[in-house]
Write a protein that binds this ligand. Structure first.
Ligand SMILES: Cc1ncc(COP(=O)(O)O)c(C=O)c1O
Length: 393
């Protein structure tokens, strides 16, 4: 059977995102095929252990998406219906749909004009006695100021869920992102800093939270088949109840499977090298676009910060630039149109002057570990020439 060559998939010549997977991941998948246990099993358990160790937290829960992780993270705290949760306005919808799904009210927080992240000043204007938590997104991989975020949260008695979909492997003030809050959620969707195809991880300092949510990822069953399997053929013939399990909580089918986990284990070993390469690409971009009039880098790109997911620019000429780059078969994106402008969140579009305006200037450029220096230079040259056209017109 012929497979479609991945090279044939994109219509663009330089892709915006691209997963970095190769022979090692294929070898790992082959082992899982040979073992013929593809679902929730030992690989998931090993990946959870290794991911928790990498971060320095006691426990992690392997899931099928970052979206599932966010949903379970909020559910874990059992907030009464209708309570309020602060969340970035400039983010992917999953950061806030988890709030609605948990029958809570999202309070959209404006972005800081420099970092485009969670604006604590706006949060202090919006927090009230019904607010119970905050979902803080490390937008684009740029770390939210977690020392100040945690001080604010403790002052107002709020739980903090870090949305780490963009910053796997990153840290703030020497401490890994995802270890500051009460819980944190990671995404291993194919475009992210490391991937399992699709996948996610919920982590916390509090292993009780993780263990309590474990049945929730597998339709509420208290003892998954991997944990039951040994007793299927155990020598204790008197035990005829080895198949027994109970469902005491309402759960979902949100588990990670062994195929995804075996890829994740390899990716985790490569994560620091991936982040280093992304950093080098960003530095190359910054050098080559310096001095182009009419644009500025999307983010402050802190020197030495390891885990940026987005590279891009801000410009008033965004649509012109998109057209010019498209013309040269260079992919671009916009992250994001704010939540407040989606029909689902129309009722929550309140006092968001920065995000409701600044997003019109945001443009994401190709960034992935497989992009070559020549391609980065080609993108930068295309940018430069698009701005030359602006200045003569
Ligand atoms: C900020 C943010 N949070 C959550 C998610 C959801 O992750 P997933 O696609 O793994 O469900 C994403 C995905 O892009 C994201 O960008």
């Amino acid at each position: 059977m012929a497979f479609i060559d991945a090279e044939q998939l994109p219509l663009t010549e330089i892709r915006l995102f691209r997963p970095s997977v190769g022979q090692e991941e294929l070898d790992a998948v082959k082992k899982i095929f040979d073992r013929s246990w593809l679902g929730l099993g030992g690989e998931v358990a090993s990946f959870e252990r290794e991911f928790a160790d990498y971060l320095g937290v006691p426990a992690a829960l392997g899931l099928n998406s970052g979206t599932a992780a966010l949903q379970l993270a909020l559910e874990a705290f059992g907030f009464p219906e209708g309570k309020k949760v602060l969340v970035n306005n400039l983010t992917f919808v999953a950061s806030a749909t988890c709030i609605l799904i948990n029958r809570l009210e999202p309070i959209l927080v404006d972005c800081d004009v420099e970092t485009l992240g969670f604006d604590l000043a706006d949060a202090s204007r919006k927090v009230d006695k019904d607010t119970v938590a905050m979902v803080v997104v490390h937008y684009g991989g740029h770390p939210a100021p977690m020392d100040r975020v945690m001080a604010f949260a403790r002052l107002h008695g709020l739980k903090v869920i870090e949305d780490c979909a963009h910053c796997v492997g990153g840290s703030y003030r020497g401490r890994k992102l995802g270890t500051w809050g009460d819980a944190a959620c990671f995404s291993f969707e194919e475009k992210k800093g490391m991937t399992t195809g699709d996948g996610g991880m919920l982590v916390s300092h509090d292993s009780e939270i993780i263990e309590r949510m474990r049945p929730h990822r597998w339709v509420g069953i208290d003892k998954d088949t991997w944990r039951r399997r040994e007793s299927y053929t155990s020598s204790d013939e008197a035990d005829t109840r080895h198949w027994h399990y109970e469902v005491a909580v309402l759960g979902y089918k949100y588990n990670m499977n062994d195929l995804a986990a075996c890829i994740g284990r390899i990716q985790l070993r490569k994560l620091d090298a991936f982040n280093l390469r992304r950093r080098q690409i960003i530095e190359r971009y910054l050098r080559s676009i310096a001095g182009i009039e009419g644009l500025r880098p999307l983010l402050p790109y802190l020197p030495g910060h390891e885990a940026y997911w987005l590279f891009g620019i801000r410009t008033r000429h965004r649509d012109h630039v998109i057209r010019c780059l498209k013309n040269q078969r260079i992919a671009t994106g916009v992250h994001y149109m704010p939540l407040s402008l989606h029909p689902l969140f129309a009722d929550y579009n309140k006092q968001l002057p920065v995000s409701n305006a600044v997003w019109e200037e945001l443009l994401t450029l190709p960034l992935h570990t497989k992009i070559t220096d020549e391609e980065v230079d080609k993108v930068s040259a295309a940018l430069r020439s698009s701005f030359e056209q602006v200045s003569v017109s």
